[in-house]
Structure formats: structure tokens, C-alpha cells
Design a protein around this ligand. Structure first.
Ligand code: CU
Ligand code: CU
Length: 472
């Protein structure tokens, strides 16, 4: 009897294997079941796709995750979540990851929308290195991308995730928003003015903030808008790292919910839909009456930690966009083009090229300081930070005398500082200034330095806000 059952199990397994390898291709379908197919073979199934260049840069920076709470985020392209990426079903994504880590950290990429070998393409990339590979968008929907470098819990909790939408064919026009739910686990106290992630809190799944799109109550403070009865499409990703999002809209119902955003998966008349960490769904609804409609996680222990947004239904709302950018801004739910939080390939010394973001942001090359034109004039120095740039790329102080730097940070809500290092590798600090969130001024007192040409930077924007520091 036992042998018979075993035989049955083996037969089933055998049929399963045969089914996958034989029935798959003959049903016009998906050769990926063999696990050895390349992007080229996938391409044959969707011959009409375009090749889309997507570049992401892994780097760490600082982000305000709740009012007054500046957090040391680990990011793709300088924001948590990273940019909202949009491609079309069948597109080949020509992808490059550049690791511009400021803290010597390995990072990596994992696209849930891709099928590609983990041991080849999802492995850690060393600081200063790049990784390029191609993959084909085989299924429509909304998917997570994230860093998969161990401990993955830490890399995701610190901000290394984003949403990629693979647009299906023939999707009706709608007012679209992309929401990314995630948790933040700051430590008890800030260090140098910013909070670091608390790994023990991450392991215990005890978040301080549960948010949409990187900041507590972001869309409560600036609501999403729609007109009465217009088709609203919400692409909602739960980036986790650990909690499920019980997605619910107060005062409205979802006409349709599409698990993972694939039009082939459809539910109707839904009140609340559970999105697991690493999963997503697309919601369609129409709201007839003007008013405010909160969206929340209906797990109410977490709702008050920042997981409330508003949809404002208003006949006067501006018309919905007719298209959405390839790289969208996570802080406005993917509606406008991504404004990069980092400058890429700027001065070419520490970051080894790789990429500017597609459709990307402002690239103000920080640059090569003209040390010759920069000589000391007293012991009271002055420097301004505005639009994430310094007003000078050279500071000078007299040798052997203590001096002060009056630092004027004019960027609202953005932390900057001034630190002086022996050289641009920034390994040996001569002075580290406290972070200051703008608008604010501070006066740093710097002890006497020996004559030499050194390097200064903002530690939060280490590739873009730099200059020469001449002591003579
Ligand atoms: Cu990482
Ligand atoms: Cu994953």
C-alpha cells in the first residue's frame, strides 16, 4: 500500500515535470518553466516590445520620513521609495545598477517583474561597480524591485525598494496613482542629527512608522485628487519589509481589484484587500460624490503610524494626465517625472559612470575646484547651501589658526553639513560638522589645520556637494 502511494506520488511528480516542459511551450505559453531560457527566448513571445534603458544608482542619503524625523535612508536614486518605473508588456529592460554607496556597502537589485538567474544578476555589487543585464517584461502588473543584499531585511527596511509597472495592452485611460506601503524602524535617538535603522526593531517587526511613499501621512497633507465618477486606478505595492497592508478606502468601494495588477486576475465589489509584503495589486474605483475619502491599512495598530492618505474628489480637480513618465516621482505617486535625489556620474572620481536616470533629474556637476583662485582672507569663512548645491567649490583658511565657517542652509527640510577630509576619498576626516536642516544657519568652529589642499563636502550629498579646502 505504502509502495503504491509512493508510486502514485512519483507518477504525479513525473507528470508535473512533463506538463511543465512539454505542455508549456505547446500551449503557446511560457518556456520559462524550464528555468534555462534567456531574455532572447522570452523576447520571441512578445516580438513587439521596445528596448527601454533603465539605470538605477544605489546610494545612501537622508530623508525626512515624518515631520522633523530625518532618517539615514539607503536608496535607489536617492529616494525611498525609489523612482516609479513604467515599461510596457513585452519590453526588454536594458538595466544597469550603479553602486555609489557612500558607506562602502554592497547593494544589489531584484526585480519581481523579471525572470532572470538570481545567482548571476541579483548578486551584490561592490561600491564603485556596475552591473548590467537584460530582461523581458513577461507579465503585466505592478511589481516590487528591491535590494537583495543580506541582510535583506535591513536593506529593504532602510529604503531600498520601489514599484515597477508593466503596462498591459489596451488599459483604459484613468487617473493613476502609485502607492508604496512600507515600514520604518528608526532607533531611539538621532546620531549627528539623523536616525539610523534599528535592526532589533526590524527583527521584532515593531515599526515606528508605517507609511505610503516614504513619509508618514504624506497624502494626508497633500491629498490625491480626482473628479466625481472618473476612473481612478491605484497601483499599490507593499514593500514591507514585514507587514501586510489591508488596503481600504473609507467611504468608497473598489469596483475591481486585480491581484498583482494583471487584468486576467479580477475581483469585484471589494471592501478591503490584503497585499502581502513583496506583493501588489491594482485597484479601480469611481467615486460619485465630492468629498474626502481616506485610504488606509485597515490593520489599525498600524494606521496611526502614518498610514493614512486622502483622495479629494472635487469637480474642480485638474484634468488627469494623458500619460505617465517612465521614471516617476515617488513623492507625488508617480504622476510627474522623477526628480533625482542624487547626481550621477558628476565629477567622475569616485562613482564609475554607469548612468544618468532615464527621464531624470537635475545634474549639476559639482566639480573640479579651481584651487588656485582660492586663498585665505581671514578666519571667518562663509558658505551657502541652496538647491542641494554649495555657492562655492573652494574654501580657504590660514594655516595654523583656528577658524569658523558660517554655514547657511537655505534648503527647507533638507539636511546638509560641512566636513573636511584629507582628500576626496573622504576616509580621513579633519573636521565633521553637525547636520543642519534648512532653513537655518550655524557656525562651525574648526581647530587649526596644517597647510595643505584638502577636500570638503556635505556628507548627505557626498557626490554633488563637494569642493577643495585650501589651507595656506
Ligand atoms: Cu542594499
Ligand atoms: Cu523580493
Amino acid at each position: 500500500m505504502k509502495r503504491f502511494v509512493m508510486g502514485g506520488v512519483f507518477l504525479e511528480v513525473a507528470l508535473l515535470i512533463i506538463g511543465l516542459t512539454w505542455i508549456g511551450p505547446s500551449s503557446g505559453g511560457h518556456a520559462q518553466a524550464t528555468g534555462s531560457t534567456t531574455a532572447v527566448a522570452y523576447k520571441a513571445e512578445h516580438p513587439n516590445g521596445n528596448v527601454v534603458d533603465i539605470n538605477l544608482t544605489a546610494t545612501e542619503t537622508v530623508q525626512e520620513i515624518a515631520p522633523g524625523v530625518t532618517y539615514h535612508v539607503w536608496t535607489f536614486d536617492g529616494t525611498a521609495p525609489g523612482p516609479v518605473i513604467r515599461v510596457h508588456l513585452g519590453d526588454t529592460v536594458h538595466f544597469t545598477l550603479t553602486n555609489a554607496s557612500t558607506i562602502g556597502m554592497q547593494h544589489s537589485i531584484d526585480f519581481h517583474a523579471a525572470m532572470t538567474p538570481w545567482d548571476k544578476n541579483y548578486q551584490p555589487v561592490d561600491p564603485g561597480q556596475t552591473k548590467t543585464f537584460d530582461w523581458v517584461a513577461m507579465y503585466p502588473g505592478v511589481f516590487m524591485y528591491h535590494c537583495g543584499t543580506p541582510p535583506v531585511l535591513q536593506h529593504i527596511a532602510n529604503g531600498m525598494y520601489g514599484a515597477i509597472i508593466v503596462e498591459p495592452d489596451n488599459l483604459p485611460p484613468a487617473r493613476e496613482y502609485v502607492l508604496v506601503a512600507s515600514e520604518f524602524y528608526p532607533g531611539a535617538k538621532p546620531i549627528n542629527g539623523m536616525y539610523e535603522g534599528d535592526y532589533d526593531a526590524m527583527l521584532a517587526a515593531k515599526p515606528t512608522y508605517v507609511v505610503f511613499n516614504g513619509r508618514a501621512d504624506l497624502f494626508k497633507d497633500s491629498p490625491l485628487v480626482a473628479r466625481p465618477n472618473e476612473l481612478i486606478r491605484l497601483w499599490v505595492l507593499d514593500a514591507g519589509p514585514t507587514l501586510t497592508t489591508a488596503f481600504h478606502t473609507i467611504g468608497a468601494m473598489f469596483d475591481s481589484v486585480y491581484p498583482d495588477g494583471n487584468p486576467a486576475n479580477v475581483l469585484h465589489g471589494v471592501q478591503t484587500y490584503n497585499i502581502p509584503p513583496g506583493g501588489a495589486a491594482m485597484f479601480e474605483l469611481r467615486i460619485p460624490d465630492p468629498g474626502l475619502y481616506p485610504f488606509v491599512t485597515h490593520s489599525f495598530a498600524y494606521t496611526g503610524l502614518g498610514s493614512v492618505g486622502l483622495i479629494k474628489v472635487d469637480p474642480q480637480a485638474p484634468a488627469a494626465p494623458t500619460s505617465y513618465p517612465v521614471m516617476g516621482d515617488p513623492f507625488d505617486a508617480g504622476v510627474t517625472a522623477f526628480k533625482s535625489g542624487v547626481t550621477l556620474g558628476g565629477n567622475g572620481e569616485s562613482t564609475s559612470t554607469g548612468g544618468s536616470t532615464a527621464g531624470g533629474g537635475s545634474t549639476s556637476g559639482g566639480g573640479s575646484a579651481s584651487a588656485a583662485s582660492c586663498t585665505p582672507s581671514g578666519t571667518a569663512l562663509h558658505i551657502v547651501a541652496k538647491n542641494a548645491a554649495f555657492d562655492t567649490d573652494c574654501l580657504a583658511a590660514p594655516a595654523g589658526k583656528a577658524f569658523t565657517i558660517m554655514f547657511d542652509n537655505q534648503d527647507p527640510g533638507v539636511p546638509h553639513n560641512i566636513s573636511i577630509y584629507t582628500d576626496s576619498s573622504a576616509t580621513t576626516a579633519l573636521f565633521k560638522g553637525q547636520l543642519v536642516s534648512g532653513p537655518a544657519t550655524t557656525t562651525y568652529k574648526v581647530p587649526a589645520l596644517k597647510a595643505g589642499t584638502y577636500f570638503f563636502r556635505c556628507d548627505v550629498h557626498p557626490t554633488t556637494m563637494t569642493g577643495a579646502f585650501v589651507v595656506s
